[in-house]
Design a protein. Structure first.
Length: 72
Protein backbone atom coordinates (compact mmCIF):
# COMPACT_ATOMS: atom_id res chain seq x y z
CA UNK A 1 0.00 0.00 0.00
CA UNK A 2 1.05 3.63 -0.34
CA UNK A 3 1.53 6.12 2.48
CA UNK A 4 -1.64 8.02 1.54
CA UNK A 5 -3.65 4.84 2.30
CA UNK A 6 -2.38 4.46 5.90
CA UNK A 7 -4.79 4.80 8.81
CA UNK A 8 -4.49 7.37 11.58
CA UNK A 9 -2.46 5.97 14.50
CA UNK A 10 -1.04 3.09 12.44
CA UNK A 11 2.61 2.08 12.84
CA UNK A 12 4.07 1.58 9.37
CA UNK A 13 7.39 0.66 7.79
CA UNK A 14 8.62 2.41 4.64
CA UNK A 15 9.39 -0.32 2.10
CA UNK A 16 10.09 1.63 -1.08
CA UNK A 17 10.47 5.21 -2.24
CA UNK A 18 9.89 5.14 -5.98
CA UNK A 19 11.97 7.95 -7.45
CA UNK A 20 15.41 9.30 -6.59
CA UNK A 21 14.38 12.91 -5.97
CA UNK A 22 11.67 11.86 -3.51
CA UNK A 23 14.13 9.48 -1.82
CA UNK A 24 16.66 12.31 -1.34
CA UNK A 25 13.99 14.63 0.09
CA UNK A 26 12.76 11.95 2.49
CA UNK A 27 16.29 11.15 3.69
CA UNK A 28 16.82 14.84 4.50
CA UNK A 29 13.73 14.59 6.72
CA UNK A 30 15.02 11.44 8.40
CA UNK A 31 12.84 8.94 6.55
CA UNK A 32 14.48 6.20 4.50
CA UNK A 33 13.52 2.77 3.24
CA UNK A 34 13.25 0.57 6.33
CA UNK A 35 12.21 3.44 8.63
CA UNK A 36 9.30 2.85 10.98
CA UNK A 37 6.94 5.82 11.39
CA UNK A 38 3.56 6.50 12.97
CA UNK A 39 0.75 7.98 10.90
CA UNK A 40 -0.45 10.86 13.09
CA UNK A 41 -3.06 12.46 10.87
CA UNK A 42 -4.63 12.24 7.43
CA UNK A 43 -5.87 15.73 6.61
CA UNK A 44 -8.85 15.58 4.21
CA UNK A 45 -7.68 16.84 0.80
CA UNK A 46 -4.36 17.70 2.46
CA UNK A 47 -1.11 16.18 3.69
CA UNK A 48 -0.36 12.99 5.57
CA UNK A 49 1.34 13.74 8.89
CA UNK A 50 3.84 11.14 10.12
CA UNK A 51 5.97 11.06 13.27
CA UNK A 52 9.40 9.60 13.89
CA UNK A 53 11.78 10.28 16.78
CA UNK A 54 9.56 13.01 18.30
CA UNK A 55 9.45 14.85 14.96
CA UNK A 56 6.27 15.30 12.94
CA UNK A 57 6.46 15.71 9.17
CA UNK A 58 3.62 16.70 6.83
CA UNK A 59 3.93 14.95 3.47
CA UNK A 60 1.80 16.12 0.55
CA UNK A 61 -0.66 13.62 -0.94
CA UNK A 62 1.06 13.41 -4.33
CA UNK A 63 4.38 12.69 -2.61
CA UNK A 64 2.73 10.21 -0.22
CA UNK A 65 1.42 8.23 -3.21
CA UNK A 66 5.01 7.52 -4.29
CA UNK A 67 6.05 6.02 -0.91
CA UNK A 68 5.25 2.34 -0.42
CA UNK A 69 4.63 1.17 3.16
CA UNK A 70 3.48 -1.91 5.06
CA UNK A 71 1.95 -2.31 8.53
CA UNK A 72 4.60 -2.86 11.18
Amino acid sequence: MNLDEAKKGQLIKVTRIKDDLTRMQAIRLGIAEGSVVTCREIVPAGPVVVARNKQEIAIGRSLARTISVEPY
